[in-house]
Write a protein that binds this ligand. Structure first.
Ligand code: PCD
Length: 806
């Protein structure tokens, strides 16, 4: 090493690689209004599409008269199911193996359903024309309760399925039944539950909610009839899958379709599915020969474009007298709405809900999920949750609390007693997963210590006495959660979406001057991929992150990948990035050895260069190597420096965390105050600690909304009661709690850099932490279980029912 060479620690820091809290490169444009979202796209002659939607939750359509709408100046066309039928596009396949109406075909099945698509010169004329379309409806009986949907005399919702006793996921036993999905050992579980010392039983409901991203869903479809090319810009979390599906549905060859996800204003699972707006825009562009834009408004998004959760989970958990869990069973009634448009890997009709044994070593378990149709919007998307994992975590974390009550035991101690031990990993769960790594006891003890758990319990005991003595009207709740996530779908052997294996990809090109571009099969919606994936590469190939462009979302340029959801980008595309980087490095090693006139094995990697072993002053930097790749004829090597990796992960990754919420509750008003929220996350190797912290803040705030007020509620007629932001709770800075974040690091053994996903963890962990805090506040007064969302009214009602209002 000569004097000019900074020490390798300094050189490593200059790369801003793994572990660096590098500032987000994308924020320069986002904070200056220079983002490019779907609605920013404007093209010459572009038309605008808007939907006529059903005011009824269940009705037969007797007539559609579009004459007045068509007569309005500026209206180009009005599409109905009758126009789409000859193209066989009036129905479309869903991600869950069901079919869904694109435009109402004979009847409507939920309020807000798409009935006709108006195409006009601009969105104002389109909106006026929507009002002029006359639709005749004949009301039918409405079913909003999933249990009532299964009654023998319940109205038939899906007439198109009449007589079909087989669905995409096995037998259907009733006209509103979709599937039954079973996991685990039923007989063995029943035996254990039947003879246990202690059994706790409870119905846990995780209400219907909605991802509600800042930007709603939309697209611009542009059919170039001269060149036969279709381009679609859209809010797509999986652009490649959209292109393949568009090709299969439309018959246009895949190479003639280009799908582009530009900047996306939050996805949260809302932008994984395929919606009627996309199909109608594409058809309208093909028919008119000009670009057609469709962007839904907030009410349309909340009412019709997917939903999340709506799981009724009936659980039984058993234990010995001293609190060792012996068995668990769960029966879920899953309300899927009018069509099964759940976004899950094909073989998992209830997603990864079978992670519901959580962080605990439960020897035997059984799970059955029944999906049913109701007159509600379709969806069942993984709203910040890797396919029903947040439901699973909420279920088990409530069941643990319920069991603790039954045992008269401290809930923190009950958890500690039953955690999977560090030496049990890789751990095979009773419901079929292989947890890759974990160290739950360490995380738990760190968390309890950080909040002074013992001290909090003493304070709570005093508070209860004071309350009983009439000295205060406020209760104190301590909400505990230890969650285990399962992210990184997934191994191609068991995970696919519409037959497409869930691998992911990265392609890297090093330019002659030593800077680079990396393209991935994923697509950021705010997560900061352009920042973090460059960091992975910087550490792998020794090029500063600032010299690496990361590009995603254009199917014409990016390698095929399954997109961003289920916190899969880091576990899958992140792994592909590291592997592609290693291919670059392997070639760079040969180039360096040639330049240094030594054997390939006689050079070694040192942060940003290859140096001769034993002679560190003789080296070639990556910058020099890159130039040589384009400038020298190297015997036996092709010119250039590029690599691509398609990564099929051998397993999912299992991030985990310990969350604790301390809440004050006013029993007279039902109001709450979050006094403290502590979130410890373990996502293995941490790429960018600042981004991780941002992910935790964002996800915990969404979790706060869900637990404390957010809900898509219906009345008996199937009217959506919370279809605007006046009624659908979205926390602002004012309501958002303060968070303290913390971490432990337990790398994933099978990921090339040991990283696990983290984006969804805070939603999975925070919902039960908030909810458990509410329950815990009332535990001493006899509460076992009440349903979310814990808005002021419901908390007040709980206090009232417990006799706390005197
Ligand atoms: N990371 C780091 N480290 C680690 C991990 C991770 O650093 N270890 C980071 C990365 O790189 C990025 C982030 O963090 O950046 C995240 O990641 P992940 O976990 O892998 O994930 P992703 O795949 O990327 O993403 C996804 C997620 C989801 S799923 C959701 S819902 C949400 C989250 O993400 N979304 C969103 N977050 C967020 N953010 C924002 N801003 N926006 C949005 O939208 Mo789903 O399924 O879809 O429901």
């Amino acid at each position: 090493m000569n004097e000019m060479t900074p020490p390798n620690t300094e050189r490593a820091a200059a790369l801003k690689g793994l572990g660096s809290s590098r500032k987000r490169v994308e924020d320069a444009r986002f904070t200056q209004g220079k983002g490019n979202y779907v609605d920013d796209i404007k093209m010459p002659g572009m038309l605008f599409g808007d939907f006529v939607r059903s005011p009824y939750a269940h009705a037969r359509i007797t007539s559609i008269n579009a004459d007045k709408a068509k007569a309005l100046p500026g209206v180009i066309a009005v599409l109905t199911a009758a126009d789409l039928a000859p193209l066989n596009l009036h129905w479309m396949p869903t991600l869950a193996g069901d079919v869904q109406m694109v435009l109402a075909d004979g009847k409507v099945l939920f309020q807000g359903q798409e009935v006709a698509f108006v195409v006009a010169e601009n969105r104002y004329i389109a909106a006026d024309a929507v009002e002029l379309v006359e639709v005749g409806y004949e009301e039918l009986p409405v079913v909003v309760d999933p249990f009532a949907a299964e009654a023998p005399d319940a109205p038939v919702l899906r007439e198109d399925l009449a007589g079909k006793t087989e669905g995409a996921h096995g037998p259907r036993r009733h006209h509103n039944h979709i599937f039954t999905w079973e996991q685990g050992d039923r007989d063995a579980t029943e035996k254990v539950l039947g003879s246990a010392d202690v059994v706790a039983e409870e119905m846990v409901y995780y209400h219907r909610t909605h991802p509600c991203p800042l930007e709603t869903c939309g697209c611009v479809a542009s059919m170039d009839k001269v060149n036969g090319k279709l381009t679609v810009w859209g809010t797509f979390q999986a652009p490649h899958a959209v292109r393949t599906v568009a090709s299969l549905i439309s018959g246009i060859a895949e190479h003639n379709i280009r799908v582009i996800s530009p900047d996306i204003g939050g996805g949260f699972g809302n932008k994984v599915g395929v919606y009627p707006g996309y199909i109608c825009s594409i058809v309208a562009s093909i028919v008119t020969g000009v670009p057609v834009k469709w962007v839904e408004d907030r009410m349309e998004n909340l009412m019709a474009t997917a939903f999340a959760r709506d799981y009724w989970m009936k659980g039984k958990i058993s234990a010995t007298k001293d609190g060792k869990i012996t068995g668990l069973s769960c029966h879920v009634t899953a309300d899927h709405g009018a069509f099964d448009a759940c976004a899950d890997p094909t073989k998992f009709p209830a997603g990864f809900f079978n992670i519901c044994t959580g962080s605990y070593d439960i020897p035997v378990a059984y799970l059955a999920v029944d999906g049913v149709y109701t007159n509600k919007a379709p969806g069942g998307v993984a709203y910040r949750c890797s396919f029903r994992v947040t439901e699973a975590a909420y279920f088990i974390e409530r069941m643990i609390e319920v069991l603790a009550i039954k045992l008269g035991m401290d809930a923190a101690e009950l958890r500690r007693k039953n955690f999977i031990r560090k030496d049990q990993f890789p751990y095979h769960s009773a419901l079929g997963w292989e947890y890759d790594s974990g160290d739950y006891h360490t995380a738990w003890d760190k968390a309890l210590k950080a909040v002074d758990y013992e001290g909090l319990r003493r304070e709570q005991a005093q508070r209860i006495q004071d309350f009983k003595a009439g000295k205060t009207r406020k209760l104190l709740g301590i909400g505990l959660t230890h969650f285990t996530e399962i992210v990184g779908a997934g191994p191609v052997k068991n995970c696919d979406i519409l037959g497409l294996g869930m691998f992911d990809s990265c392609e890297i090109r090093i330019h002659p001057t030593g800077s680079a571009i990396a393209r991935l099969g994923t697509i950021s919606q705010g997560q900061g991929h352009a920042t973090t994936f460059a960091q992975i590469l910087a550490s792998e190939i020794g090029i500063p992150a600032d010299d690496i462009t990361v590009e995603e979302g254009d199917t014409d340029t990016a390698p095929y990948g399954l997109g961003t959801y289920g916190s899969r980008s880091t576990p899958v595309a992140g792994a592909a990035t590291a592997m592609a980087g290693r291919k670059i490095r392997a070639k760079a090693q040969m180039i360096a050895a040639y330049l240094l006139e030594v054997h390939d094995d006689d050079v070694e990697w040192d942060v940003d260069r290859f140096a001769v072993k034993g002679a560190p002053e003789r080296f070639k930097t990556m910058k020099e190597i890159a130039f040589a790749a384009y400038n020298q004829a190297i015997p036996g090597l092709e010119p250039g420096l590029e690599a691509v990796s398609y990564f099929d992960p051998p397993n999912m990754t299992y991030p985990f965390g310990a969350y604790i919420c301390v809440m004050e509750i006013d029993v007279d008003t039902g109001e709450h105050e979050i006094r403290q929220f502590y979130a410890l996350d373990d996502c293995g190797t941490r790429i960018n600690p600042m981004i991780i912290e941002g992910q935790i803040h964002g996800g915990a705030t969404e979790g706060y909304a869900i637990a404390m007020g957010q809900e898509i509620a219906y009345d008996d007629m199937g009217n959506v009661k919370t279809g605007t932001l006046m009624d659908f709770f979205l926390p602002t800075a004012w309501e958002t709690p303060h968070y303290t974040t913390d971490f432990t690091v337990t790398p994933s053994p099978h990921h090339p850099i040991g990283a696990k996903g983290v984006g969804e963890s805070p939603n999975v962990g925070s919902v039960p932490a908030f909810s458990n805090a509410v329950h815990d506040a009332f535990r001493a007064f006899g509460l076992t279980q009440t349903h979310m969302p814990h808005d002021h009214w419901r908390i007040w009602k709980t206090a009232h029912e417990l006799g706390l209002h005197g």
